[in-house]
Design a protein around this ligand. Structure first.
Ligand SMILES: [Fe+2]
Length: 270
């Protein structure tokens, strides 16, 4: 697990998790994502913008595909890397103005592993000038002279065929740490879970303290069903359709932070 500690300006802040775009695959709702991202950028300078990379930025290779191609084939390697690099460039063109504003990016399931030990995910982190969090990252966000938030994030794993089952996985993630904000991607669903815990303080007289903790499913930008999809000359569904999954909603979330009051609210957007 990686950790981070980041000091930021003491001003109202919009924290935006971004991931599960899977750019480069046919179901990616790239135009909708771009529109959503452009709206986010307009919130500056009224709000300080911070981003968290949740993984699965580009489609590249799935875990099941990663070992399938012959690594010693220069021809296949070159073709694959050309596509990965083109897709990465498109992404970076959009993310260009946000360099340095990312707290971290995570490893997803869809990435390309280069022969030098880097991956498409770790290279994106380098280009965004932020730590590469690998599978899990836990860190502090420190507003200058004001409150501190703790953030725990992982890309996520496992199936969740409904928002309810994804929230169950999120709650389980929240039970393993005490972070103010838990982020979880992978399930292509947006959702918010708020847990209030009670604790006591004081020796002479016990004082009750309530602490609100937020968990967020960070959404996704992939369409499950594609009309008229053909594979090997025959009508064939994509991954979700073949697995009998229902269409999945697309959209993202925005986390509003007020460092003066330690207020935090989450808005689910499409
Ligand atoms: Fe994933």
């Amino acid at each position: 697990m990686e950790t981070f500690s980041r000091e930021v300006e003491n001003v109202p802040t919009l924290l935006v998790p971004v991931g599960d775009i899977q750019y480069g695959t046919e179901g990616c709702r790239w135009e909708e994502f771009k529109e959503w991202f452009a709206e986010v950028l307009k919130m500056e300078p009224e709000y300080q913008l911070l981003f968290c990379g949740m993984g699965d930025f580009i489609d590249a290779l799935r875990p099941t595909e990663r070992g399938l191609y012959p690594r010693d084939s220069e021809h296949i390697k070159t073709s694959l890397e050309e596509k990965v690099e083109n897709d990465t460039e498109d992404l970076m063109e959009l993310f260009g103005p946000t360099k340095g504003k990312w707290l971290f990016t995570l490893r997803g399931h869809h990435y390309y592993d280069y022969h030098d030990g880097t991956t498409s995910d770790s290279r994106i982190a380098d280009r965004l000038v932020c730590p590469f969090g690998g599978d899990t990252i836990y860190g502090t966000l420190n507003f200058k002279g004001a409150n501190q938030y703790t953030i725990f994030a992982r890309h996520g794993q496992g199936a969740a065929s409904s928002t309810a089952s994804a929230i169950t996985r999120l709650r389980n993630q929240m039970s393993g740490n005490t972070a103010d904000l838990n982020l979880r991607g992978h399930h292509h669903r947006t959702g918010v879970e708020k847990i209030t815990t009670m604790s006591l303080n004081g020796r002479q007289k016990a004082k009750l303290i309530e602490h609100d903790r937020h968990g967020v499913l960070t959404g996704g930008w992939l369409r499950g069903y594609i009309e008229g999809r053909i594979e090997d000359g025959l009508p064939t569904g994509g991954y979700a359709e073949r697995a009998g999954l229902n269409p999945i909603p697309v959209g993202g979330v925005k986390v509003w932070m007020n460092p003066q009051s330690k207020g935090l609210s989450v808005e689910v957007t499409v």
